[in-house]
Design a protein around this ligand. Structure first.
Ligand SMILES: *Cc1c(COP(=O)(O)O)cnc(C)c1O
Length: 352
């Protein structure tokens, strides 16, 4: 407690990101980073940028990047918003579109940043329990609300909601903004972006952190009706004119344009995920179906917290959430094939 703080600061419970250890020889499978480097074209573009223009402010509108995203997804640039990681895009979204009289709805098991933004912006929310199998039931969202948000695939479960179900939620809620957080959609799901022309209340958020291997660059974006984007621009321009620096803009444009590299690395991650799912099942784990770059798994005979600790002793870190309903699960990021092998060998020894 500090008497100089604004009152709201005393009430905040900040988000706790997954550990970023100093030790470099770890098999780091705890924060869903991509095991492969970014597109070489992105690295070249950033090197060229560094040589040229850092003296000057970047484009406050990041117009080149909006156009690259628009071209990739077949929408207009006016339907695209960009921000400093999708976390910032989400934050602006909570303030610009999801703060209403009625409570915001999101799943009880979902991205743990959502309740944090609600705390920061004073947004009332209601948790909607997932089904027993950790899937979202669209019928549960037929209640009065001031907005709806969920990740798809969901985090940390990895479970995918089909577009028919997303349409059902949109059809049931024409007066609310529905935000679909697609941080992991490129690892096996169908994006809801093609639906934005049918639904003026749909906002889809994506990030370059996972499928484009650029977590360190901090670039995220939203696609939706131009009027939803306008609300986000108003908040952004009341907060920070230059959320994306010159490296971020030039690197992100090149990464978006390098479709072959993107497709190849996504396919590698998916192939490794399927292999790992098979191996973990053989080791006795229950593995939830995943459309993401991680697996959510439980061992019927072993405590998850203890398994995570034993892996850590062997320099392998995975994520354990000490949270109701999922305290016996581990979330394991898909690494390289070699990292996967090390993980399986370690688990084999621990379980023996
Ligand atoms: C990783 C993640 C984000 C944040 O991504 P950044 O663009 O790195 O901020 C947002 N939503 C979900 C569900 C995520 O898992």
């Amino acid at each position: 407690m500090n008497r100089y703080w604004s009152p709201v600061v005393h009430t905040l419970t900040p988000y706790v990101p997954g550990e970023q250890p100093k030790q470099t020889d770890l098999v780091k499978l705890n924060t869903n980073e991509n095991p492969y480097p970014p597109s070489p074209r992105a690295l070249q573009a950033m090197a060229a940028e560094a040589a040229e223009s850092l003296r000057l402010y970047p484009d406050p509108n990041a117009g080149r990047l909006k156009q690259a995203i628009a071209d990739f997804h077949g929408v207009a640039a006016a339907q695209v918003f960009v921000g400093n990681g999708s976390d910032e895009v989400l934050a602006h979204c909570f303030q610009a579109l999801l703060k209403h009289e009625r409570p915001l709805l999101f799943p009880d098991i979902s991205y743990s940043f959502y309740p944090v933004y609600c705390g920061l912006y004073g947004i009332d929310f209601t948790l909607v329990p997932l089904r027993e199998d950790f899937t979202i039931d669209p019928a549960d969202y037929r209640i009065a609300n001031g907005g709806i948000i969920f990740p798809n695939p969901n985090a940390p479960t990895g479970r995918l909601l089909p577009l028919t179900a997303i349409r059902a939620i949109l059809d049931d809620n024409p007066d609310s903004v529905v935000v679909v957080d697609e941080a992991y959609i490129d690892f096996g799901g169908a994006s809801a972006i093609p639906l934005v022309d049918d639904y003026p209340n749909l906002l889809v958020i994506q990030t370059l952190s996972k499928s484009r291997s650029l977590a360190g660059l901090r670039v995220g974006f939203a696609v939706g009706h131009a009027e939803l984007i306008e609300a986000l621009e108003r908040v952004k321009d009341s907060f920070n004119s230059y959320p994306l620096d010159r490296f971020a803009i030039s690197g992100a444009v090149a990464a978006i344009q390098d479709r072959d590299y993107f497709n190849a690395t996504c396919q590698r991650v998916i192939a490794t995920r399927e292999q790992l799912a098979g191996r973990l099942t053989e080791l006795g784990f229950e593995v939830l179906p995943s459309a993401a770059n991680f697996l959510f798994v439980r061992h019927p005979g072993r405590d998850a917290g203890e398994l995570a600790a034993r892996l850590r002793e062997r320099s392998i870190i995975v994520r354990h959430f000490n949270q109701p309903r999922i305290e016996q699960f581990l979330r394991i990021t898909i690494g390289t094939d070699q990292q996967t092998l090390r993980l399986c060998e370690a688990l084999n020894a621990i379980l023996a």
